[in-house]
Design a protein around this ligand. Sequence first.
Ligand code: JHZ
Length: 393
Amino acid sequence: MIKKFLDLGYQPLANSYVLKKNLKRKEKIFKLEVGFNNKNYLVSILKTISKEKMFNKDYPYKSSESYTMRKSFKELAKKIKKLFKPEFIIEIGSNDGAFITNFNKKSIVGVEPCKNLAQITKNKKYITYSEYWNQKLSKKITKTKKADVIYSANTLSHIENFNEIFEAINNALSEKGVLILEDPSLLKCLQNVAYDQFYCEHIYVFSTLALREILKDFNLEIFDIENTKTHGGSNRYYIKKKDNNFYKISSHVKSEIKKELNFGLDKFSTYKKFEKKVKISKKNLLNIFNTLKKNKSRVIGYGATAKSCTVLNYCGLGNEDIKYFFDTTSYKVNKYLPGSKILIKKYKKLDRREVDVVYLGAWNFKEEIFNKEKSFIKNGGKFITHVPYPKII
Ligand code: JHZ
């Protein structure tokens, strides 16, 4: 049974940036509530939005925008080549090609339903299917050869129907085939009080405990896990069919499960504690913004993320608190953040003469951003983050 533990209020669709001409138009909103299923330990949002409304012909998020992600995909590609020597790879949710472009064009195909993104890799001559991943597509792609590796990062958490995904994966995997899934870690999300991991697109935030249960229904099992730093702390799961004896189950699986049980990810009470922390986080973040307002500090935002949408709308922050956001993504520039309607400007290096304090919408890229903005920091510029607790740095 799914029991609600968190109410993040009414929210617009996180990646639906608003054009100036539509500022007065009513946005689609939905109630963002999060629940825990005590049968399979799965944490999910309670009301879901249809995939066609979220992932369509002009999806604004591009994985290649950050150096951290480009580096992470490049390193993983190197590792996959070394470990599995794959002849054929499928990436589900290939976005703008940050992963697939590390491989030879003949050895990989991308699946990306967002047409604007799929076009980017098609232009680079990578075979890209601009469709949702399902059994029909899986059969089409693997007509002549099955995949030795299927990779999918930050995508499984976006797809509601597990039957559809995993049956198609089971069909596509070769005898030795390995499925690699990478998604934000629920443990990290709770430890960091990163409640902004919940928004319309993140239907699920997975624990190993939950994923293990789900995979059982499809005769799949996790044989290794890596904790990665991306997106505020993610898990990279290496998965195989149960009857694939080419790989042994690593001790990392047991130790990760132990970590999660020690934290109490199997207990509803843990999630109620998290709810309390989220409320305190909101209160403390608002205190910071109120003080800055009183002091007439010039505050802007950095990284108009999907995550920011949850924070801004849950906390009721707007133009009076954050003058504008900087973002490098051309698809977002000159539009307004959903709900809060804060303008997104084309990124330029932070200038201490113009700005006092910067809210880190992309807190998950803190190191990368601090590296880029050394001169702003040297000149006394400050940042606000709400992770793991609201503070000025
Ligand atoms: P970032 C998106 O979430 C949506 P978001 C999606 N649902 C998901 O799961 C994750 O990605 C993976 C900008 N930026 O990665 C670029 C700068 O401007 O935290 C991006 O707009 N300057 C698919 O949106 C945003 O910040 C910089 O120096 O929460 C980062 O978005 C850097 C590093 C980033 O994901």
